[in-house]
Ligand binder design. Structure first.
Ligand SMILES: [Ca+2]
Length: 280
């Protein structure tokens, strides 16, 4: 299902899967970068972009979307309202399934106006604590950023630190042009009492092919991962104790640089989203 896209988006890296999964002979393996073709008697046997198993030791899967089918699953997601956002506007038509197993979050331009895709699980799936993971291929131009984040409407409640609601940005890419991946927390609204902390890490590999971004959120701290490597650990704001919904978005804004240099439409390609809760 995913061969065409994987090869198309592979660029100079041939996105070949690390392992042949021959049931009972070779175990599945999870690393998807720096992959070599596997030869068998002169014939190249290649499994492209085999999905990583959804099993996670010590965790129970509570939400999964692999974005198969032709239409976004309305039992899991809705489009975010077509609000104006910074220098652009969210637009339903810029968040869609490609029919080949992937979600597309697009950034587009029409008559000098900029649009981007955004979906969210508000009212459909909300959870406190757990492990949250997205696998996506990110665009790397200026003028827009992509993000996977968790949101609670109670983030607007001033006081109580972030314990009564925190915006948790599992990843965002305002500094893609510097090869940076950003994580951030926001709480106590977005006005004068707004508090925020963040971590920015230079990870060029994150912009090459598909990358996983993960968050463990437990009662004591948040732990952020890029391709299963820990990038930030914090308990800032006291750690939110309330359920949050998922958001996958792109936005256009000066923060990310000059949109006029971007080749549009541009796309973030999302392979899957998975959420887990810790087993007792
Ligand atoms: Ca608060």
């Amino acid at each position: 299902m995913k061969r065409k896209n994987s090869l198309t988006h592979g660029g100079v890296w041939l996105r070949l899967i690390t392992c042949l999964v021959i049931i009972g002979i070779l175990p599945a393996c999870s690393s998807e970068k720096n992959v070599q073709p596997i030869h068998d008697g002169g014939e190249e046997l290649i499994v492209v972009d085999a999905p990583k198993s959804s099993e996670r030791e010590g965790w129970t899967l509570t939400f999964e979307d692999t974005f198969t089918g032709e239409k976004l699953d309305d039992k899991k997601w809705g489009h975010a309202p077509e609000w104006k956002r910074h220098n652009g506007q969210w637009s339903d038509k810029d968040a869609y399934l490609d029919g080949d197993g992937q979600l597309i979050i697009q950034i587009s331009e029409k008559e000098g106006n900029y649009y981007s895709g955004a979906i969210r699980s508000i009212g459909l799936f909300e959870q406190a604590y757990g492990y949250y993971e997205i696998r996506a291929q990110l665009p790397i131009e200026e003028g827009y950023w992509t993000a996977f984040w968790l949101m609670s409407d109670s983030v607007h409640q001033v006081g109580g630190e972030g314990k009564d609601g925190t915006e948790i940005d599992i990843f965002e890419t305002p500094f893609a042009r510097y090869n940076k991946i950003d994580h951030a927390l926001h709480w106590d609204g977005y006005e004068k009492d707004h508090r925020s902390v963040g971590k920015s890490t230079i990870i060029p590999e994150a912009y090459k092919g598909f990358t996983t971004f993960g968050l463990e959120w437990n009662e004591d701290e948040y732990i952020f991962y890029v391709d299963d490597v820990e990038t930030w650990r914090t308990s800032a704001g006291g750690v939110s104790q309330v359920p949050a919904y998922l958001k996958i978005t792109a936005e256009v804004g000066d923060w990310a640089g000059d949109i006029r240099s971007a080749k549009l439409p541009a796309q973030m390609v999302v392979d899957y989203v998975r959420v887990y809760e810790k087993k007792d």
